[in-house]
Write a protein that binds this ligand. Structure first.
Ligand code: HAM
Length: 423
């Protein structure tokens, strides 16, 4: 029995890899247009970063982190998300000195020890953006628009934006009191976890997936009705810009998101008909995070999107993937004696900028042609005694089956200029 991939992880096989770079190229193209620069942070960080950044009472920190000691017993954690690492890098590299507003994007693997199921993995990939240094509601709308443009360019349809405001430190003090009061005589109806959440951070009860807790929360006081004037105005402005751009959204006062750093705007983009794991992106504003991680008070806003979930939607919606580029020329030897010439020619063709390959074995011409067909080579260049005596190859268009003799050093020219072979 051979060793298998760890639970919740998967291989991206060669047939699927082109889908990934197609998506990654689109992400880079759109985000560069919006003025974002790419950042790559390590796959693991000191655990403290996530405890402080994401919040002690969140599911991610209490149950889902892959945490391990290094050889000096310092606690490390595989990054479960990208925002806290990006803010850490922003602070550590004094990025605020270069510009007041810093706009970053990332694409990479994240790790959460969750129960694997459709659309939920233990290693998954996100792309995300972070705008650090502005409290303008326009920035909130820009990040939503950038996400939507990427989805649109990739052809995704039937997406819905769900939006809320979770207020700020100021308005939350009174609100949490209200929420606690509301829950105080319902504690024995809450699940055990929510009883703990009630003590540590009652807002998290909104995040519970259990029907019984969700039912209780339906009649709970909502944060949107308890916003301070500044948060209220900010939320009004965000909605008004969305209306202005004719971006449809659905208001959900119960949306609190699974990370504690959010302030003001919180949003998710969901794929309709995707089932339980329907959030393909989530984000919001985090105006206290930079300060919480040791920096000066600096506002921020961003989102992250799951790439596996995006591919699921694209497959479900039968979006046409671009055809992967096939090899230009497969060299076929008539006999083993032509091996050295074939090898030299192979490298020459590659040096000219065309893609080329050959079968290094001494298998029959028929078997080599079979390989050429299988890999979808556009042309085969057949080398035999007759061809070599004239410094030529027989170039065969694998689609039309037409053949033509071409001088060795003119193959590239032939392919590029177009010949009677519909090249
Ligand atoms: P999040 O909602 O935890 O937010 O994750 C963002 C997206 O990552 C989800 O909407 C989903 O598509 C994908 N995702 C999360 N967990 C899994 C999983 N186990 N398997 C597959 N996909 C998953 C964040 O991570 C925040 N850092 C977003 C953010 C950026 N907020 C502000 N800036």
């Amino acid at each position: 029995m051979f060793i298998q991939v760890p639970k919740g992880t998967q291989d991206i096989l060669p047939d699927d890899a082109p889908k990934w770079y197609y998506i990654e190229n689109k992400i880079r193209e759109v985000l560069t247009k919006y003025g974002y620069q790419e950042i790559r942070t390590p796959a693991f960080e000191y655990t403290e970063l996530f405890i402080r950044g994401i919040g002690e009472s969140t599911d991610i920190v209490t149950k889902e982190m892959f945490t391990f000691p290094d050889r000096k017993e310092r606690s490390l954690t595989l990054r479960p998300e990208g925002t806290a690492p990006v803010v850490r890098a922003y602070l550590e590299n004094n990025m605020d000195r270069a510009s007041k507003v810093v706009k970053l994007f990332y694409i990479g693997s994240m790790f959460r020890c969750e129960k694997p199921q459709g659309g939920r993995f233990r290693q998954f990939n996100q792309f995300g953006i972070e705008v650090i240094g502005t409290k303008s509601p326009e920035a909130d709308v820009e990040v939503i628009m950038a996400a939507l443009e990427i989805y649109e360019k990739l052809g995704l349809k039937n997406l819905e934006i769900v939006i809320n405001s979770v207020g700020c430190k100021k308005c939350r003090v009174d609100y949490i009191q209200k929420l606690k009061k509301f829950l105080s005589n319902k504690k024995d109806l809450l699940c055990l976890e929510c009883v703990k959440r009630y003590e540590k951070n009652p807002l998290r009860v909104f995040d519970c997936k259990k029907d019984s807790c969700q039912k209780i929360m339906e009649t709970a006081p909502m944060i949107t009705e308890n916003l301070c004037p500044e948060c209220k105005l900010h939320f009004e402005e965000v909605k008004s810009h969305l209306d202005d751009f004719k971006i449809k959204y659905h208001l959900d006062p119960k949306l609190v998101r699974g990370l504690d750093y959010y302030t003001k705007t919180a949003f998710e983009i969901v794929g309709k008909g995707l089932g339980a794991q329907n959030a393909i992106a989530g984000g919001g504003r985090y105006d206290d995070l930079v300060e919480e991680l040791g920096g000066k008070p600096t506002p921020g806003v961003g989102f992250a999107a799951g790439i596996e979930r995006m591919i699921m939607v694209m497959n479900q919606q039968k979006i046409n993937w671009p055809k992967p580029k096939c090899i230009d020329i497969f060299i076929v030897k008539v006999s083993a004696e032509n091996k050295d010439t074939a090898f030299r020619l192979l490298q020459k063709i590659r040096n000219s900028g065309l893609s080329a390959d050959l079968d290094y074995s001494n298998d029959s011409l028929k078997s080599q042609m079979r390989i050429a067909n299988k890999i979808g080579a556009r042309y085969t260049a057949i080398i035999g005694e007759e061809e070599l005596s004239k410094d030529m190859v027989t170039l065969r268009n694998m689609q039309t089956k037409e053949q033509k003799k071409v001088k060795l050093d003119e193959i590239e020219k032939e392919l590029k200029k177009g010949s009677g072979l519909n090249i």
